[in-house]
Design a binder for this molecule. Structure first.
Ligand code: ADP
Ligand code: MG
Ligand code: MG
Length: 514
């Protein structure tokens, strides 16, 4: 099916009564199935939030979004190759260090992370296993006048890759709406795209949990004397609104894999954990608050915090990160693996003049080409470079986005704001940023969004597909586990540049493949 004919009649029109009926059904479904977030403080009072008893629907689309099947399959097929690429970059401290070195003088956050690595290196790493729970994000790039789209990568995430939990629930919601008998409270009006179609299976929860479980198993027996029971530790932000997404993984780990899981906020790491004294193996000990005298040994630390500078409020938080990094627990991710996800690395890999970078890590020409096809043009801003020329020319800059070495959304500079932004900053700092050509997704797509505050908004939208993958490797190059599985569709208003759900720009969606 051609993109324009798909989007021109989609989604099916709803009368006001039908829309109200569908919205109220979806509101109830989200609470019934935990497709929820804690309410924003702008929506209910701080006092109500602090009681910890409230939840509201996650922002969701009323309809699944049409997505080109060939692009979806191409993204899935590339995931294990991408997993291995970022594992191999992480193993290559010399190559990674050379890229990171460039950023250290201009980016304090990157510099602090690198310092943690150096401090651990000084004492020696005691854990040679690393775990990655990754998400590779894409948009279909559709040239005007063309009927087909090519898949382009927006970015690759190596830390706190979120929404696996909630995303599978959106797929379940849309599937239920698509397969209910007509007139049932959960059903859509007819549309040709719906005939026999449901969103593809979404195994994000199973895949991500299996990655964590694989690390837990690979850790082996307790390194403490006497031996302690083992657990996985989720390190989380205080007041996390997206907690139900995380609970989907911890619940799966405890109920299916029979692994003890604890949640710990970053500010309590130094109070609740310690590295066993006089034990050269450096096991990480966790003392649960509800059972002070029954400590656990942490096999795997899963970070859903520590990805942004705001997660490090003081030196104490950097000491906490260092303590985790020094310990024998398997880190998801290590500091080095976190740094491998810098936007700068993605720009260097995509540099058409330096194919040697990609071929250093990806064995065959065929797999290199498989990844290269998904790269959008990216540039550094060095003097006399093409990147600098494009970024400073208002007409050319309008087709680009400028990115710093940050995660979590809300950090980029877009289009015509780029030249003035760069000029407001000393030229010596420009090397902390990369310029990327904007991917052009189909412009005529529409959907309707139910926001967390209950507002319903409809209009032109743009979708971003994420594919989840997990990989467990040894520093000697051995790969113990490499899996692809599960996906995330996020949809934002066409006028909005940014796409983060947690940052409030977009909503959770699923896909109907065409
Ligand atoms: P972050 O790590 O903060 O999520 P991203 O690189 O994903 O950074 O950028 C944030 C958002 O900006 C994306 O979700 C997407 O909506 C938009 N974006 C980033 N790069 C591009 C691009 N090359 N073309 C179009 N949109 C982009
Ligand atoms: Mg990111
Ligand atoms: Mg992103």
């Amino acid at each position: 099916m051609a993109a324009d004919s798909v989007h021109s009649t989609y989604p099916p029109k709803l009368s006001p009564a039908q829309e109200q009926f569908l919205v109220s059904t979806i509101k109830d479904w989200t609470i019934e199935h935990g497709l929820t977030v804690r309410p924003p403080v702008t929506f209910v009072s701080q006092e109500a939030v602090s009681k910890g008893v409230l939840a509201t629907n996650a922002p969701v689309t009323l309809f699944p979004s049409p997505f080109p099947k060939a692009c979806f399959e191409e993204a899935r097929a590339a995931q294990k190759v991408y997993n291995e690429l970022y594992a191999r970059i992480t193993m290559d401290e010399k190559w990674l260090g050379e890229v990171i070195e460039e950023l250290i003088d201009v980016d304090d956050f990157v510099a602090e992370l690198w310092k943690v690595h150096l401090a651990v290196q000084k004492q020696g790493y005691v854990q040679d296993l690393s775990l990655g729970l990754f998400r590779s994000d894409y948009m279909p790039h559709t040239l005007s006048g063309s009927q087909t789209s090519s898949l382009k990568q927006v970015e690759f995430n190596t830390i706190s890759s979120s929404f696996g939990g909630l995303s599978s629930r959106v797929a379940a919601l849309h599937s239920e709406l698509l397969t209910s008998p007509p007139g049932h409270s959960l059903s859509y009006p007819a549309h040709p795209l719906f005939d026999g179609r449901v969103p593809p299976e979404n195994t994000a929860v199973e895949t991500l949990s299996a990655g964590l479980a694989a690390a837990h198993q690979a850790y082996g027996p307790s390194k403490s004397t006497p031996p302690l029971p083992l657990c996985i530790l989720f390190v989380v932000q205080e007041g996390e609104r997206n907690i139900f997404d995380q609970l989907a993984l911890s619940t799966r780990l405890s109920s299916f894999h029979k692994i003890s899981v604890f949640r710990l906020i970053t500010s309590e790491i130094l109070d609740r954990t310690s590295i066993a004294e006089n034990n050269p193996l450096r096991p990480l000990i966790y003392n649960p608050p509800h059972a002070e005298n029954s400590p656990f040994e942490v096999t795997t630390v899963y970070l859903r915090s520590f990805y942004a500078p705001t997660d490090y409020k003081s030196d104490r938080d950097w000491s906490a990160r260092l303590q985790l990094e020094l310990s024998a627990a398997i880190k998801c991710p290590t500091v080095l693996n976190q740094l491998s996800g810098c936007k700068k690395i993605q720009q260097v890999l995509a540099d058409p003049n330096r194919p040697d970078h990609l071929s250093r890590f990806v064995p065959t020409e065929e797999t290199q080409e498989q990844l290269r096809r998904t790269f959008a043009p990216q540039y550094d801003l060095s003097s006399n470079s093409r990147g600098r020329e494009l970024a400073l020319n208002p007409e050319r800059a309008a087709l680009h986005v400028l990115k710093p070495q940050r995660e979590g959304g809300g950090n980029n500079i877009y289009k015509d704001a780029i030249p003035a932004f760069l000029r407001s900053m000393p030229e010596s700092d420009w090397k902390g940023w990369v310029l990327m050509e904007l991917i052009q997704p189909p412009t005529e797509a529409s959907n309707v969004v139910l926001r967390s505050d209950g507002e319903v908004v409809s209009g032109n939208v743009v979708g971003e597909l994420g594919i989840f993958g997990t990989i467990l490797w040894k520093s000697n190059g051995e790969i113990l586990h490499n899996e692809e599985g599960g996906w995330l569709m996020r949809t934002k208003g066409k006028e909005s540049n940014e796409g983060g759900v947690a940052a409030g720009f977009s909503s959770l969606d699923s896909v109907i493949l065409y």
